[in-house]
Design a protein around this ligand. Structure first.
Ligand SMILES: [Zn+2]
Length: 253
């Protein structure tokens, strides 16, 4: 008998805090979670494991960042408003990040006044922040709702197909069933093949476009960032289609 054992990450929700999100370009509510590393047997763990860190998930764009739990005055279960959350969990934040908030004001109101290095940095950061999300997704088996629906569709059809065949093609039942199974496999294979592109289109591009839209980037600026990422072997550089990003930037203005 093979016993499956090892270590795995255990996440425990602690509560909500206010913090700055560089993708939403402002102060947002975050879900704070403790990350522990615990031994597992057959992926079943007991306890929350040894502390390895904290992470915060932005309530606006759902991006996960590493967190320093020590800096929050408190963590609360749920605040009535963002002001309330800020006041209770991180009242000094507007002072701590005053410089960044001033820069974001400039992005919003007078982007033409940004220096070229400020602009480059503000444009590059969202790509760099979202790249790990793509790397993580590409490292695991792709399974999304489209694949789920396709599989259910194939199974349901396989249940009713033999009866249909009996009624309409009584002489070619076996051949028809084999053709159907072959077509289903091709269809499911295609769904798996395109799942990664769907992930980028649905989970990455809307957040990325929202973050860079205030800077009104040109196609060549975005292209050079993606080229650079490709050279540095970031999957984002080769898998993110610039046309999809341009469409998103134009369509949801
Ligand atoms: Zn955000």
């Amino acid at each position: 008998m093979i016993i499956v054992w090892g270590n795995k990450h255990v996440y425990r929700t602690i509560g909500f805090v206010a913090d700055f999100c560089p993708l939403c370009r402002g102060i947002k509510g975050f879900l704070l979670r403790r990350v522990g590393l615990a031994g597992h047997v057959y992926y079943i763990t007991s306890g929350e494991g040894k502390l390895v860190g904290y992470q915060r998930t932005c309530e606006g764009c759902k991006t996960i960042f590493n967190a320093d739990a020590e800096k929050y005055a408190s963590v609360i279960k749920k605040a009535a408003s963002l002001d309330d959350l800020l006041h209770q969990t991180y009242p000094t934040l507007p002072i701590v990040i005053a410089e960044r908030l001033a820069l974001e004001e400039k992005v919003k109101n007078t982007p033409a006044l940004l220096s070229s290095s400020e602009r480059q940095e503000l444009l590059r950061a969202p790509f760099a922040l979202l790249s790990p999300k793509i790397e993580k997704q590409f490292a695991r088996l792709q399974f999304d709702k489209e694949i789920g629906f396709s599989m259910v569709g194939v199974i349901v059809f396989l249940m009713i197909f033999p009866t249909l065949l009996q009624n309409f093609f009584p002489k070619h039942q076996e051949e028809s069933l084999l053709i159907f199974i072959a077509l289903s496999l091709i269809f499911l294979g295609w769904q798996f093949f395109t799942a990664r592109q769907r992930f980028i289109r649905h989970q990455i591009i809307p957040v990325l476009a929202k973050a860079i839209r205030p800077l009104n980037p040109t196609e060549s600026e975005m292209k050079s960032i993606l080229d650079e990422m490709r050279q540095q072997k970031h999957k984002m550089g080769s898998k993110l289609k610039i046309d999809d990003l341009i469409d998103q930037l134009q369509n949801s203005n």
